[in-house]
Design a protein around this ligand. Sequence first.
Ligand code: SAH
Length: 252
Amino acid sequence: MIHFVGAGPGAADLITLRGHRLLTQADVVIYAGSLVNPELLKYTKPSCRIYNSASMTLEEVVSVMRQAEKEQQMTVRLHTGDPSVYGAIREQMDLLDKYSIAYDVVPGVSSFCGAAAALNAEYTLPGVSQSVIITRMAGRTPVPEKEEIALLASHQATMVVFLSTGMLEQLSERLLAGGYPADTPAAIVYKATWKEEKVCRCTVASLAQTANTHNITKTALIIVGNCLGDAYDRSMLYHPAFSHEFRKGTDS
Ligand code: SAH
C-alpha cells in the first residue's frame, strides 16, 4: 500500500498524527527533497529505505513504489504542505491505478495556512473577503487563460500566490491591471513555520522591491488583499444579538 502524506509547511511537528504514525511504520519513504523538512526523516525506522524525489522522474518514483509492493512493503510518499496543492499526485495515482496498486491520501497543513499563522491573518474577514484564491503566475507550467492574475484580481478577494517569487515585477503589474489599488496591503512569507521564516509586509506595488531588500528569491508565498488591513466587520456568529442552533441571542 502507498500512502501519500502531507508533510506540513516546514516545522517537523506540523505533520498530522496519522502522517507521523505512517512515517514510523514505513519500509520505504520517497520525499520531495526540495521542500520537505529532512528532520521528518528521523521518525522513520532504521531499516527504512529513503529516496529523495528531487532527482527522480515520475516513472522512477512509481518504479520504486512497484518494487516495494512486490516485496509487500509499505511506502510513504511524502509531499510538502498538503499533497492536493501543486503536488503532482494525480499522475502518480493514475499510474498506480494502472498497476492495480492501492493507495490513500493523508492531508497536511498547506503552506498557505502556515503563512496565515505567521501573519496572524484571517483570510476570510467579514466585510472584506469571503473567498481565498490560490493561484500562481505561469512558469514552465502554463496557467489557463481564464485564470490570468488580472482576471482573478478583479474579484479583490484574498489571494495567495504560490510558485511566483521570481516574477514579482510582473505579478505586481498584473495585480494592478486587475484593479487592486497600489497601496493594497500585501505580504511575502518566506519559509513559513521553518526556523528561517521571514515575514515581510508591503503593498501590491512594492512586492519586488521588498523581496529584493530581504533577499527572498524562492520558497515564499505572496498574500494580497485587504484581509491584511485594519478594517472589517465583526462576526455574526459571536455577536450578542445573533441567535443560532447553539446559542440564543438578544434578537429573539
Ligand atoms: N503542496 C504545497 C505546495 C507545493 S508548491 C503546499 O500545500 O504548501 C511549492 C511552493 O509552495 C513554493 O514555491 C512556495 O511558493 C510554496 N511554499 C511551500 N512551502 C512553503 C513555506 N513553508 N513557506 C512559504 N511558501 C511555501
